[in-house]
Write a protein that binds this ligand. Structure first.
Ligand code: F6P
Length: 476
């Protein structure tokens, strides 16, 4: 059996302090738990090692080999903060206004990808299957191919892929696209992302396609859509059971008040200021809820070294204070804004306790919080999900109340509808969504992706006579 080698920018090392949060880490961990294999990536630490000091920490636990390394300050600044998170992240989330392109950062982004490919090379076996994740590593396959790696290399993009109008504004758009074509399989969260990628390619070069098989820049590759899922049973298990004493006291204290919960990394793509304004519109347009509803926003700091993230943090602090000052009373605080990290198990219990899950990103690859909120509910008395139409999850969770996050009155109306929804309708919507979550769970995501990747012949199996990779007749 082929070994699975997963590469992501940041890896979740057991007991590591800088573990990756969010869907990517959960999804990868689930895949590796089942298949075993290797997880290669940054340990989240910044150290003083030079470019060529290949200081790696390799250890095995529960059938998974963790191979990790630190980044030096310059690479952290230019590869991670600058190019990955101040160019690609905003552009891929349709925020060209926040893109801060510097040619030096682009050079370092490419150099770090090259360096990581060189570091991975000695750890690779001939029949390993490589699965590379996310936007930090767009050039990774191209660098491995330059080193002669013939293995199957798949890529999965966890975030949206923008349309050509946005993508082509990136100065190195052509280079990025050509590098992406060195992957054997390119996986996207939604059909719109896959289509956007192909449109970008056809704008730029002659592309031949036959179904999901394509040739561009003389390279053959396959594209597919694999919406990432969750483990509904394990979420349910975390959400059930006795409440910790503090939470039980809080529940008692809340009495009949309706509770709205929102939780995500503090990121401008998540639409937090717009959401605060929508909650204000609820209090304004439906005054009957005043004193009887509460909105808790959990938003731990993320990428706090990037200016745009510092700006949004200040904006939220101001808005939360303003709304509480305007509507609060001596006995009632309308909005709780918690700039803190919550342990996952506790979070699932909080989701179960609350009446409304409010998930309104302005743009999101998938958004697993939406899925987790549904899976955490009590089937006999489920809460209601209010979900942005711009989250990838809206393609699957069609029984949520789907809203446009830019329209605060529409979101307020959906919150009112959720707060007053009869039990039978809540149960029916919940059942529809659970059926989808069970079917498209995380195992389904991993299996369908890896099945497609393994179906592609490894380049080493079709070597040409001169020992060079033959042109694969994959379009036939
Ligand atoms: O896909 C985006 C993503 O990689 C998520 O999986 C995760 O929540 C987040 O970004 C992690 O960001 P960072 O490693 O920059 O803290």
């Amino acid at each position: 059996m082929n070994r699975l080698v997963v590469v992501s920018n940041r890896i979740a090392i057991p007991n590591g302090t800088k573990a990756s949060a969010g869907g990517l880490a959960v999804g990868i961990m689930d895949a590796l738990k089942t298949t075993g294999g290797m997880w290669f990536g940054w340990n989240g630490e910044i150290n003083e090692i030079g470019e060529d000091d290949e200081e790696m920490n390799v250890f095995e636990q529960d059938n998974i080999t963790y191979a990790s390394f630190g980044l030096n300050q310059n690479d952290y600044d230019l590869y991670y903060l600058q190019f990955s998170n101040a160019v690609i992240w905003p552009a891929f989330h349709y925020r060209l206004d926040l893109v801060n392109f510097q040619r030096e950062a682009w050079d370092v982004y490419c150099r770090v990808n090259r360096m990581l490919a060189r570091r991975l090379l000695p750890l690779l076996k001939a029949d390993d299957v490589l699965w590379i994740h996310d936007y930090h590593l767009l050039p990774f396959a191209a660098e491995l191919r330059k080193l002669g790696v013939q293995n199957r290399i798949g890529f999965f993009l966890h975030i949206p892929f923008p349309t050509p109008e946005i993508f082509n504004a990136l100065p190195p758009h052509k280079e990025l696209l050509e590098m992406l074509c060195d992957y054997d399989l390119l996986g996207f969260q939604t059909e719109s992302d896959r289509t956007a990628f192909l449109e970008c390619l056809s704008f730029l070069t002659l592309m031949q396609s036959k179904g999901k098989k394509h040739t561009a820049f003389g390279k053959h590759f396959i594209t597919g859509v694999y919406p990432i899922g969750i483990e509904p049973d394990s979420i349910k298990e975390m959400a059930e059971g006795p409440l910790p004493p503090k939470m039980a006291a809080m529940k008692k204290d809340l009495g009949d008040a309706k509770n709205i919960i929102a939780c995500e990394r503090l990121d401008y793509s998540k639409g937090l200021p717009e959401r605060f304004l929508a909650y204000e519109a609820l209090l304004e347009n439906y005054p009957e809820h005043r004193g009887k509803i509460r909105f808790s926003q959990i938003a731990p700091t993320s990428r706090g070294d990037v200016q745009a993230y510092q700006d949004i943090r200040h904006q939220l602090e101001t808005e939360a204070g303003r709304i509480n000052g305007k509507y609060g009373t001596l006995g009632w605080t309308p909005l709780y804004y918690l700039n803190q990290h919550f342990e996952r198990r506790l979070l699932m219990k909080i989701f179960r306790l609350t009446d409304i899950g409010l998930v309104t990103p302005l743009r999101d690859g998938m958004n697993l919080v939406a899925k987790e909120y549904v899976a955490a509910q009590d089937p006999r008395d489920p809460g209601v999900l209010v979900l942005s139409r711009f989250a990838g999850a809206a393609n699957e969770l069609t029984s949520a109340l789907i809203v446009n996050p830019y329209d605060r009155d529409e979101v307020a109306a959906a919150l009112n509808q959720a707060a007053t929804m009869p039990l039978n309708e809540r149960i029916s919507r919940y059942k529809d969504m659970m059926a989808v979550l069970q079917k498209n769970d995380i195992t389904h995501w991993r299996k369908t992706y890896l099945k497609d990747l393994l179906a592609i012949p490894a380049r080493s199996q079709v070597l040409g006579e001169a020992g060079k990779v033959a042109t694969l007749p994959r379009l036939a």
